[in-house]
Design a protein around this ligand. Sequence first.
Ligand code: SAM
Length: 398
Amino acid sequence: MATINAQIRELRKVSGLSQTTFAEKFEIPTSTLQDWEHNRRTPPSYVVSMIDKLLASEKADKPVIGNSILNKAKSAKDNDEFYTTYETIEKEVSHYTAAFRNKIVLCNCDDPYESNFPKFFIKNFNALGIKKLVCTSYMPSEKFSLVSNGYVLMLDNVPKTIGSTSEDGEIYEFLKKNNSVKRLEGNGDFRSDECVGILKESDIVVTNPPFSLFRELISLVTEYNKQFLVIGNQNAITYKEIFPLIQENKAWIGYQFGDMSFKVPQDSEPRETRFWIDETGQKWRSLGNAMWLTNIDIKRRHRKLDLCKCCDAKAYRKYDEYDAIEVSKVADIPLDYSGIMGVPITFLNKYNPEQFEIIGEANHGSDNSFDLFKPTVDGKLKFKRILIRNKMAMGSAY
Ligand SMILES: C[S@@+](CC[C@H](N)C(=O)[O-])C[C@H]1O[C@@H](n2cnc3c(N)ncnc32)[C@H](O)[C@@H]1O
C-alpha cells in the first residue's frame, strides 16, 4: 500500500484541485498540506480516510458508505503495472526482424532506464538496422530523479561494441555518457500534443501500455497509420475500437498468445493465483490471456489451418437466435461447412485471411455494433465467440 503521504497526494490529484483550493475545501492550513505532500510531516490516517470517503461520495453524487477513491485507484493501478521481461520482447521481435531495418522505432510508455523495451532495442539497434530509437517515459525515473516531467531518449546510433550480450550496466553507462535522455516539456502522456508530435515522426510503435489505455493507444497509432507491435489483454479483442481492425485485416494477433509473466511493483498485493515472489524478492504475476497485437505482416497468418472434421448437423448445433453453428474447439472447425460458425477467440491465433473471413462476434450484450447476438444453444449461454466463414469450404451450409 502507498504511504499515507502518497495517498494524500493522490487524493488531491484525483480531485483536480490546487493545493490551496484543496486545503481550503477541507479546512487544512495550506502549509500543512504542503508538508504532508512533501513527506515533511505525516497526516493522521483517519484524516486521509475521511477525505477519501468524502471525495468518493462527491464523485458518486451521493453519500456512499465504504466507497473509496484510493481502493479504486489501487485496483486500476494493479492491472496497469505489468512490466515486460526482456525474453518476452526478444521472443516476439525475432519474428519481425526485417520490419525494423531503417525504421524509427518508438516505445511510448517506456522509461529509458527501467523498461526492457529500450534495453532490448539498444542492444539490438545495430543487428536490426534501426535508424532511430525514441522512448518516452510517463513517470520520473527513481534512479535518475528527473522529477515531475516525462522524458525522452533519442538515439540515432549505438556503438558497435554494444550488442545482445552486453550487460545492463554497460547500457546505463552509455546512456549517461551519451547524454541522450532529455526532459520533455510535459508529463510524457502518449496522448499529449508533444508525444503525438513524436509519434508522427516515427515508423513503428513497440510497447506494453497500461491495459486501461490499450484501446486509446491502438486508436492513436492507427489514426497516424503507424506500424505497431503492442502487448495487451485478449479481452481487448472484442472492444469496438479493436475488433473492426481485426475484421478488416488492419491488425492481427502476434506470436505469443496466452500465458505471459510480468514483473509487478513491490507494493503489489499478493494474490492466491498467478502471483509469486522470486529468490531476489521480485514480485511477479502471470496472465493466461495476454497477447501481442500487430499490423506488421507475419508468416503465421499465411499458413493454412488444417481441418479434418466433416460437418454433421447432430454434432454441430445451431445457435438459438442466429443462423450459425457453434464450434467449441478450433480443432473441430469442419472443413466442409460454408455457413457462419461461432469459434473461440483462440481461433485468431490460427487465422489466415486467405482461408477465412471474419463476420462479427457473438458476445454477451456489449454496446459494440459488431456484436451480433448472445451465443446460446438450447438456452445455454456459451463463451463469447468470433463468427467466421470458411472461404474454401467445399460443402454447403445447412
Ligand atoms: C504496463 S506498464 C509497462 C511498462 C513498460 N512498457 C514495460 O512493458 O515494462 C505501463 C507503463 O505506462 C506508463 N503510463 C501510464 N499512463 C501513461 C500514459 N498516459 N502515457 C504514457 N505512459 C503511461 C506507466 O507509468 C507504466 O510505466
